[in-house]
Ligand binder design. Sequence first.
Ligand code: C5P
Length: 313
Amino acid sequence: MSQQEARSVTVRAPAKINLFLGVGPVRPDGYHPLATVYQAIALYDDVTVTDDERWSVQLTGESRIDLAEVPADDTNIAIRAGRLLVEHHGLGERAARIEIHKGIPVAGGLAGGSADAAATLVALDRLWDLQTPDDELLELAGRLGSDVPFALLGGTAAGTGRGELVEPVADTGSWWWLVVENDEGLSTPAVYAAFDRLAHEIGDGTVADPIIPPALLAALAEGDVAGLAASVGNHLTDPALLLRPDLAHTFEDAEAAGALVALLSGSGPTVLLLCESMAHAHIVHREMVDKGHTRVSAVPAPVSGVHVVTSPW
Ligand code: C5P
């Protein structure tokens, strides 16, 4: 392939957190119905796609990211995204090299893999000028994973179904979160399985259908940080603590450090600390580092979904 033909597009995709993650009874297909509120935060993966004769993925990342857990073969969700787009448009043998630069922790409950899939869909759509309509991109994204459509959307959004049906919600806040990363990842299916086990152990196995708390939506619409702190929640907290009892220390440290509230991110093990302002985040950050938490970042939210940062020419 000549130099002239080897065009590239780079796309940036944000991590997500769940301000509320309500989980319902397991469905026959093994998924759980969700009532969730997503928010995109300022931690990013960058995905660069270049025309090539076959599919490949190359991984790099910021120094704090453990790349060992990310598959670098055909099972990588970015390649699955590329192949799905090619199939959708009937493009036959079209393929691309996909370079992923990770700033989102791996297996952290921040949907880093979903961000890569969403970024790949948009990057290839632009590289090949496919002009895929938004509704088709969202549908393809939903087939790749429950969190992939939200990565396309960004901002703050309600999620239903298994999380793949997304609708923007009003959010006037300028929020500050501390993201406390963990040395060891947590498997999402394992946390959902622990959720099912707890439902049987604690009750009779029946789980109520979840609803998004109206107080949470009101706090977002009003930009009310105390209201937000009072209404966030995550039904996967107890199952994650069952698998990783050590996380209880992070919650205790967060409270002692003066966070407004501490919240498990998705299926964990990342813990999110809501702060009043950037200045407050700075103070709580120092306290957490003093308590031995080495990988803590202060991030603003909400931020945009997937967006192109460099184009072919
Ligand atoms: O959709 P995704 O591939 O990201 O889901 C990964 C796994 O997480 C699923 O295989 C399932 O075990 C679990 N999951 C679930 N209910 C959801 C979303 C994910 O049980 N709503």
